[in-house]
Design a protein around this ligand. Structure first.
Ligand code: SAH
Length: 252
């Protein structure tokens, strides 16, 4: 059996209890070494085979999984954050289906949640935005034209931009082509939850400059939107006048 496990954003104690238990009992761990905190490997039992997938191709990863499965071993495929975002897990799952190897997924804390925690921010503020757009700028992996950053920026919603910290001038340009202005609040969160975490608050107009000044060009998220500003409406859910399924309000 292969377990796809989310490692969380970096701090080793941000893996789930289930993920940690799978790591402790694994016979083999294949971890995404470019971003997964190697401290998590300290959980593995003696004799556990450990592979760094940053140095491997999909074919090599699959070969290890097949070899381990033939020995009836438990393999943990450890991905950064949550595997469902930019994790390249689908191609592994389809290949495992073809090989008749069973697998299961265990979610993790995505870095976009780690970044919100670093900022003490709420992405979905009433009266500001009720949507979070998770996207990236096209790099070596193309982005479909209908999902261009500029077109998504037209919504003015909360945006979380992955894999683009090395292209901040382009990010800034695309955001300004959308609904954001030079003054729209933005932030860069570098290595959320790692000891070297850096949080830089700026505006869309100063994004590229702030990235350069703070030496941030990788392993960072770009956060954009008025959720980083001061104005918002308070929630209906906790409004004393508002009746919910659990509480009688003072009105109606
Ligand atoms: N599956 C991962 C994302 C993998 S793509 C997740 O759920 O977080 C890799 C990109 O994620 C990086 O380029 C960076 O944009 C972002 N990232 C991953 N870990 C991060 C962290 N601790 N802090 C900030 N950004 C991070």
């Amino acid at each position: 059996m292969v377990h796809f496990v989310g490692a969380g954003p970096g701090a080793p104690d941000l893996i789930t209890l289930r993920g940690a238990e799978l790591l402790r009992t694994a016979d083999c761990v294949i971890y995404a070494g470019s971003l997964v905190n190697p401290a998590l490997l300290g959980l593995t039992k003696e004799g556990c085979a450990v592979y760094n997938s940053a140095e491997m191709t999909l074919e090599q990863v699959l070969a290890v999984m097949k070899e381990q499965e033939a020995a009836r071993h438990r393999t943990v495929r450890l991905h950064t954050g949550d595997p469902c975002l930019y994790g390249a897990v689908r191609e592994q799952m389809d290949a495992l289906d073809e090989a008749g190897i069973p697998y299961e997924s265990t979610p993790g804390v995505s870095s976009f949640c780690g970044a919100a925690a670093a900022l003490d921010a709420e992405y979905t503020l009433p009266g500001v935005s009720q949507s979070v757009i998770i996207t990236r700028l096209a790099g070596r992996t193309p982005v479909p034209e209908r999902e261009s950053l500029a077109s998504l920026a037209a919504h003015g919603a909360t945006m979380v931009i992955f894999l683009s910290a090395g292209m901040l001038p382009g990010v800034q340009r695309a955001l300004l082509e959308g609904a954001y202005t030079q003054e729209t609040p933005a932030a860069l969160v570098y290595k959320a939850s790692w000891p070297e975490e850096k949080v830089v608050r700026c505006t869309v107009g100063t994004l590229a400059d702030c990235g350069r000044e703070n030496g941030i060009s990788r392993t960072a998220l770009v956060l954009v939107g008025d959720f980083l500003g001061r104005q918002y409406d308070r929630s209906r859910l906790y409004d004393p006048t508002f009746t919910t399924g659990y509480r009688q309000g003072t009105e109606g």
